[in-house]
Design a protein around this ligand. Structure first.
Ligand SMILES: [Zn+2]
Length: 392
């Protein structure tokens, strides 16, 4: 479950004032809110009404964010990023504070379509985007300065419409997994217990999310270590980091895989089951293929070993999934607001089964794609032996 830090101001249905006017203005610019009913910026009487609530939810749905109608830091930043169109500003690599926006995503998408590997289409102008841009500039014979200004915009415009290459990022991700080989030995897996410290996440039936996530993470860590891989947790039992820092930790460690653990809760106590999320953006039809495969494996293993309802794998653009440079998933095995799920999660034996399911999914991720065929082949030697033993 996503969270708003208590120090952050969040705006929702019923709020009024200049900040609400600004939010409404951004929604109007994006075409999600009708112009006529929107008092423009600076109006202290602007109200977060039903239409605003609907527009915010539609925006969150489009962007792969948590759809709750609340404009906290995450949704606010996403609204801000959404206003940039390619050509609006000069784009370049700023290590201290990466430029973020739809213009960066468009640049990345165009380069990928032409076969220049800039990594994920995450809308962040990082070092891979700069390298791909230099490569592109060299190829079209303009100064390879890694800065996307007027000359590059023109070149992109001319070429992007005519040249269509492959999907180098998807291929590279899968190749990295295949190259890594079928054992877990030497793999570095970052396990991220959600929330922590003052932020306990959701709670219900005597359980809280932060403590539960930490307990689950420790169980996964112990089992992963037995397989010969290295596993690190992003936080201690009481630690707290925001999602950007957690992603930064995984990137700095050069992890092979990131597994974030949360649980969910809803006002409706009927809501129950396990869902897994991976990086993906339906708006531009881009996702992490290995993230998707791993999320599917987690769902398969968890739902085969437990009676949790299968809520399947879904694409999200949450910071931890978006800013990590390696496949990352967030698993939410159950709802604390549901009596049945909460009772299951309260049982340490059940949490052990969940941890085993997660580790089984990690092992399957690194098996070669033809593993099923090889399993089938194991029966053949016996048949051959029987045949060979018979006198001709
Ligand atoms: Zn959570």
């Amino acid at each position: 479950m996503s969270f708003e830090r208590s120090s952050e101001r969040a705006y929702r249905h019923g709020d009024a004032g200049p900040a609400v006017a600004e939010i409404r203005f951004k929604l109007v610019v994006l075409g999600l809110l009708a112009d006529l009913s929107a008092p423009l910026s600076g109006t202290s009487t602007a109200v977060f009404d039903d239409d605003t609530d609907r527009a915010v939810r539609a925006f969150q749905q489009q962007r792969g964010l948590t759809v709750d109608g609340v404009v906290g830091a995450t949704t606010y930043h996403a609204l801000d990023e959404a206003r940039w169109r390619i050509g609006d500003r000069i784009l370049f690599y700023m290590p201290a504070r990466l430029q973020a926006g739809d213009d960066v995503a468009t640049l990345q998408q165009r380069m990928l379509d032409m076969g220049f590997d800039c990594g994920r289409v995450d809308g962040l102008f990082g070092v891979e985007t700069e390298q791909a841009l230099r490569e592109f500039q060299r190829n079209v014979g303009i100064p390879a300065d890694g800065t996307c200004g007027p000359t590059t915009f023109k070149a992109l415009d001319k070429l992007a419409r005519t040249v269509v290459g492959g999907r180098p990022h998807a291929m590279r991700e899968s190749e990295a997994i295949n190259r890594a080989g079928p054992t877990l030995s030497g793999k570095l897996v970052i396990i991220d217990p959600g929330h922590g410290g003052a932020d306990i996440g959701v709670s219900g039936h005597g359980l809280d999310e932060a403590a539960l996530a930490y307990d689950l993470a420790s169980r996964v860590e112990g089992r992963l270590t037995l397989t010969g891989s290295s596993a690190f947790l992003t936080r201690g039992p009481d630690g707290d980091l925001d999602e950007v820092d957690r992603a930064g930790f995984a990137n700095a460690a050069g992890a092979d895989l990131v597994i974030s653990l949360h649980v969910d809760a809803q006002a409706n106590p009927q809501a129950a089951g396990c869902a897994t999320y991976y990086f993906g953006n339906d708006r531009i039809d881009h996702h992490s293929s290995v993230g998707e495969r791993f999320a599917d494996l987690v769902q398969r293993e968890v739902c085969a070993r437990t009676d949790l309802v299968d809520l399947r794998a879904h694409r999200k653009t949450w910071d931890l999934l978006r800013r990590t440079r390696m496949p990352a998933v967030r698993i939410e095995p159950g709802y604390l607001s549901n009596p049945g799920d909460a009772a299951r999660l309260a049982d340490p034996a059940f949490r052990d089964v969940l941890a085993e399911a997660v580790v089984a999914a990690v092992q399957r991720l690194y098996l070669p794609p033809d593993e099923d065929a090889e399993t089938g082949l194991l029966h053949i030697p016996a048949d051959l032996r029987t045949g060979a033993g018979r006198p001709g």
